[in-house]
Design a protein around this ligand. Structure first.
Ligand SMILES: *Cc1c(COP(=O)(O)O)cnc(C)c1O
Length: 408
């Protein structure tokens, strides 16, 4: 039996979050898999999950033989609608995944009330919400378990990486045992590839090359040339060999260094959000609703536009870094929804959001000047989704996004 020692990154993370124990993994989805497994989720069990998420949040449920039940979102917060949650709960429901989408906190008060009423535990998905607070308390510390991601598009970017935060002694013991019994270490080849691609990304990235790099890395991934975030095999619905993998030393090192700057990263993100919102408001565009008791730290700034695919295509042409998730109720756009039990029409609000939402970057390489350029470009080249202004622009040939889906 192999014994995994506690990383410094794990203890620093646990202390910062104010929970007893954190466990580092190869990816965020592996952290989810580990906790579901430790909770005893198995064949035929059901897990409630928002129908506005990425496929990485769904495959671990299938790997255990369990079934996801998709819950629609509220249009203003992009988070699980508690009323819709209550409707999907049955005697087979064994867990609820409360995702804090884009960093906006989910309605935990209501979700926890429902979880207690039916005796079903809640897992907080904090992959997009590192640093967000509700009533001064950080998300990820409200329930028995929560998980975070350090994938390159998240708040702290290792390339790949995940953290499981455990707020329950008994469950922590089970995770410890699971790690020592069945977790493997990342292989030499994939560790080396990951290091090389982190280096390449660091060297190649500019705000003007962001969209191109994303395409390039997707291309390399599909040809097996980098350790990608998504592998095509994952769509099979069966667990890849050695899925339960730990974090390697290079990931741990980079994660620990990045984590030391967490407060600076948070204030940078908040500052950029303010720049975006001030300009949007000045131009009569809608902004996110303020809530008195929450302090969100956003991963990207979401905004709804008309003709999203065309706007993304124009941004690509003009070298403007504009994001596009979630593109589907189970991101990415290519996900075969029926294979993962998502029937079209199940979550209409989520489907509409997928058709409308683009997002603006808030990461450390974006300066206030970049932010101004990006938001001005958006206001000049797009129309807010709920606006009644008709579109009079000349017809335009979609190049990049036409390939992957029809515009709304
Ligand atoms: C990125 C993400 C995950 C999975 O994280 P990985 O580290 O890529 O496995 C899970 N949930 C949400 C909401 C995410 O954005």
């Amino acid at each position: 039996m192999k014994k995994f020692v506690q990383y410094e990154f794990e203890s620093a993370f646990a202390e910062w979050l104010g929970i007893p124990r954190a466990f580092a993994f190869w990816k965020g989805r592996v952290a989810l898999y580990a906790v579901l497994k430790a909770m005893g989720i198995s064949e035929g069990d059901e897990v409630a999950v928002p129908g506005y998420t990425c496929i990485a949040n769904v495959t671990p449920i299938y790997y255990l033989g369990a079934i996801p039940k998709y819950v629609d979102i509220l249009p203003g917060t992009y988070n699980m609608n508690p009323r819709a949650l209550e409707e999907v709960i049955t005697s087979r429901t064994k867990a609820i995944i409360a995702q804090h989408t884009y960093g906006i906190p989910a309605d935990l008060n209501e979700i926890i009330r429902i979880s207690e009423k039916y005796g079903v535990p809640v897992l907080e998905d904090c992959c997009l919400a590192l640093g967000t607070r509700i009533n001064g308390k950080r998300v990820g510390s409200f329930t028995a378990a929560s998980y975070f991601s350090f994938q390159w598009s998240k708040t702290i970017r290792i390339g790949l990486g995940g953290m499981l935060a455990i707020n329950d002694k008994n469950l922590a013991g089970k995770i410890e045992a699971l790690r020592n019994q069945s977790m493997s270490s990342p292989g030499m080849l994939e560790s080396t590839l990951l290091s090389a691609q982190m280096l390449a990304y660091g060297l190649l990235y500019r705000p003007s090359t962001a969209m191109f790099l994303e395409d390039f890395f997707r291309f390399l991934t599909n040809h097996g040339l980098v350790v990608g975030s998504y592998s095509l095999k994952e769509y099979d619905g069966s667990a890849p060999r050695h899925f339960l993998k730990g974090m390697n030393r290079v990931q741990e090192f980079i994660g620990r260094l990045g984590f030391r700057k967490i407060e600076a990263i948070i204030s940078h993100r908040t500052m950029l959000q303010k720049i975006y919102e001030e300009y949007l408001q000045k131009m009569n565009w809608p902004v996110l609703n303020d809530s008195v008791d929450s302090e969100p730290v956003l991963v990207r700034y979401p905004i709804r536009v008309k003709r999203k695919l065309q706007v993304l295509d124009d941004a690509y042409r003009d070298h403007i870094e504009l994001g596009s998730w979630f593109d589907s109720p189970l991101h990415p756009r290519e996900t075969p929804l029926e294979r993962y039990g998502y029937i079209k029409g199940t979550c209409p609000e989520a489907e509409q959001a997928a058709r409308e939402v683009v997002n603006l970057p808030l990461h450390m390489r974006i300066t206030p000047k970049h932010a101004e350029t990006i938001v001005k470009w958006l206001v000049e080249n797009a129309i807010p989704a709920n606006s009644t202004i008709s579109i009079t622009g000349q017809s335009h040939q979609l190049t990049r996004y036409r390939l992957s889906g029809a515009d709304a």
